[in-house]
Design a protein around this ligand. Sequence first.
Ligand code: 5GP
Ligand code: ZN
Length: 142
Amino acid sequence: MSNKQDKNCIFCKIIKKEIPSDVILENKDFIAILDINPVNKGHILILIKDHCKNLTDFPEDKGKELIIFAKKISSAIVKATNADGFNFSMNNEAPAGQMIFHAHFHLIPRFKEDGLRHWPHKKYLDGEKEQLADKIKKIMEK
Ligand code: 5GP
Ligand code: ZN
């Protein structure tokens, strides 16, 4: 196999078929598998085949292909599970919930009464929002 691999990485082992998984779709750059412990049944993981950690080192030139791949699968999951919607997300670093440090995206079918809580929201102090927006913009200008 010509993909970049990390021999200790569980997702690289899944990509190499050294560990079994339920493959939903595969092409030269991505593989979609069923998550072993789904948030909802039909939860899919899209793995990039070249080992990288997360969005920070994800190859930009694979972005369009990822979206095409994810859209194809998401419409199939919605039909297969009769879902009312879906989440498309990525966890980056442990505090954000990343457990496996091989870049992957979650596609999770959602149902009107699935009982899952959405993220709670916070409030900014006076002026804090504008200050933070300026800070982020200045960092990106560098
Ligand atoms: P993370 O928290 O890193 O964003 O997501 C890792 C996901 O991988 C979790 O949802 C977890 O259930 C799933 N997972 C962990 N080990 C395996 C495995 O061996 N096979 C499959 N199919 N999924 C796995
Ligand atoms: Zn890997």
